[in-house]
Design a protein around this ligand. Structure first.
Ligand code: FMN
Length: 384
C-alpha cells in the first residue's frame, strides 16, 4: 500500500517525508520534482516568505543513482528561513519563547482550537505545524507519483477557475490547460488581469481571497477503486486527501453540486463504436467509486487566507481579553499555489489506487500486469 507521513514545522530546520510503497526501478527526474516545488512557491498574491525559500528536495533514502529501490523514500526540504528562527525554534537547545509568542489567536486558523486541545498558551506551537508550509512535502510526493504513472501515459494538470468574485466560465481541453497554465501569474486561462486587480485590491484593503481550482487527469484506466466497500471508493479517497489540504473546504467531482437536476440531463450515456464510448463526461470520470476511463475532473474550493493584515476580532488566550488577532507574515491569495498542491495530491491518490489494482513491486512486473489488464479490457470492448 502506498502511504506517507510528513513531519516538520514551518520555521523548523526542514520538512521531512517518508513515502512507503513506491515500486523499484523507477527513474526519478530530480529537476522535475524541484520544478514542481518552484511552481508551488509562485503565484501572484504570495507573501514575503516565498522570496526567502527556494525549495529543493534532498533525498535521504530509498533511491540509488536516481532510481527507486522499492524501499521507503525519505525526503528532506530545507527551510532556508530557519537560520533566522533558530533561536526560537531549535529542537535541541533552549529557545527564546517570548519574542515570537502568538497569543492573539487568528479566527479561521488552527490557533485557538489547537491551544485548547494541546494545552498551549502560545499558538506558535500550533501554527508552526498547521501552516501550509507542509504542502511542499505533498508536492514532492505527488511529483514522484506522477513520474511513476507517466510510464502508463497518465497525465495531470490543473488551473484556477475563480479567485474572489472573478470566475472563468469556459470549459477547456486537457492539452489547452497543460500548454497554457504555466504562462499565467495566477494559473488561470482567462481574466488574468481582472484577477490580478482583484488581488491588488484585497491586499490594499488588508484582506485575503479564496477561490476554486480544477484538477484534470488524463489516460486513467477504468477500474481504479471499488464499489465493494466504502473505504475502497476512489471518490471518497480523493475527497479525503483533498479536503485535508490546508484551507480546502469543498470538493466536487464532475458537475458536482450542479448534478442536483434530472438524470436525463447528466448521466454519461454509453454507446459502442469500435470501442466503448460515452457521449459526455458530466460525472467527471468516476462511477461507483471506480474510475471509468474518462478524464477525471475535480474542483476544489479554497477558503480565503485566515491571516488578515486588517486583523479580525479575537481574544488573547493568556488574558482572555478582547483584542485584534495577531498578524503573521502571510499571503493575500494562495489559490494558484494551492492548484499545484491539489494536482499533486490527486497524483498520490491515483498512484495509490493504480498500484493496488495493477500490483507489482517493480516497474517490469507493473508493466506486464498493466498490459495484461489492458488486453482483457480490449477483449471486453474497452480501448483507449
Ligand atoms: C498553499 C497555501 C498557502 C497558504 N498560505 C497561508 C498564509 O500565508 N497565511 C495563512 O494564514 N494561511 C495560509 N494558508 C491557509 C492555512 O494554512 C489554513 O487555513 C489553516 O491551516 C487552517 O486550516 P483550515 O483552513 O483547513 O481550517 C495557506 C494554504 C495553502 C494551501
Amino acid at each position: 500500500m502506498l502511504r506517507y507521513l510528513t513531519s516538520g514545522e514551518s520555521h523548523g530546520k526542514s520538512l521531512i517525508s517518508i513515502i512507503d510503497g513506491i515500486p523499484a526501478n523507477i527513474e526519478l527526474d530530480i529537476d522535475e520534482i524541484n520544478n514542481e516545488l518552484r511552481k508551488r512557491q509562485q503565484g501572484y498574491g504570495r507573501g514575503g516568505r516565498m522570496k526567502i525559500e527556494q525549495d529543493k528536495i534532498n533525498i535521504l533514502g530509498g533511491v540509488r543513482g536516481k532510481v527507486t529501490l522499492g524501499s521507503p523514500i525519505s525526503i528532506e526540504i530545507e527551510n532556508k528561513d530557519y537560520k533566522n528562527w533558530e533561536k526560537y525554534m531549535n529542537p535541541m537547545d533552549e529557545v527564546d519563547l517570548d519574542t515570537k509568542k502568538v497569543s492573539k489567536v487568528r479566527p479561521g486558523h488552527a490557533d485557538l482550537v489547537g491551544c485548547l486541545k494541546f494545552d498551549f498558551l502560545d499558538a506558535r506551537n500550533v501554527l508552526e505545524r498547521s501552516s501550509a508550509r507542509e504542502t511542499a512535502s505533498k508536492v514532492a510526493i505527488g511529483s514522484i507519483c506522477k513520474q511513476i504513472l507517466r510510464n502508463f501515459s497518465v497525465d495531470f494538470t490543473s488551473y484556477v477557475v475563480k479567485i474572489g468574485d472573478i470566475k472563468d466560465y469556459n470549459f477547456y481541453d486537457f492539452d489547452y490547460i497543460k500548454n497554457n497554465v504555466d504562462n499565467s501569474l495566477v494559473r488561470c486561462l482567462d481574466k488574468e488581469n481582472e484577477i490580478i486587480q482583484e488581488i491588488d485590491k484585497a491586499k490594499s484593503e488588508g484582506d485575503t481571497l479564496g477561490g476554486i481550482i480544477e484538477v484534470r487527469v488524463k489516460n486513467v484506466i477504468p477500474g481504479l477503486g471499488s464499489y465493494t466497500q466504502f473505504d475502497k471508493k476512489i471518490d471518497g479517497e480523493l475527497s479525503k486527501h483533498l479536503m485535508s489540504i490546508q484551507a480546502i473546504k469543498g470538493v466536487e467531482i464532475g458537475l458536482g453540486f450542479d448534478l442536483s437536476t434530472r438524470g436525463s440531463n447528466v448521466m454519461d450515456e454509453i454507446y459502442y463504436d469500435d470501442k466503448i464510448k460515452r457521449y459526455t463526461n458530466n460525472l467527471g470520470g468516476i462511477e461507483g467509486g471506480m474510475t471509468t476511463g474518462e478524464e477525471i475532473i475535480i474542483r476544489c474550493v479554497m477558503k480565503p487566507i485566515p491571516t488578515l493584515y486588517k486583523p479580525l476580532n479575537s481574544i488573547d488566550i493568556n488574558t482572555l481579553k478582547n483584542y485584534e488577532a495577531s498578524v503573521e507574515r502571510s499571503d493575500t491569495c494562495a489559490v494558484p499555489a494551492c492548484s499545484v498542491v491539489c494536482e499533486n495530491v490527486v497524483a498520490f491518490v491515483i498512484c495509490k489506487y493504480f498500484l493496488e489494482k495493477i500490483g507489482g513491486d517493480n516497474l517490469r512486473d507493473l508493466t506486464s500486469n498493466y498490459n495484461n489488464y489492458l488486453e482483457r479490457l480490449n477483449e471486453m470492448g474497452w480501448k483507449r
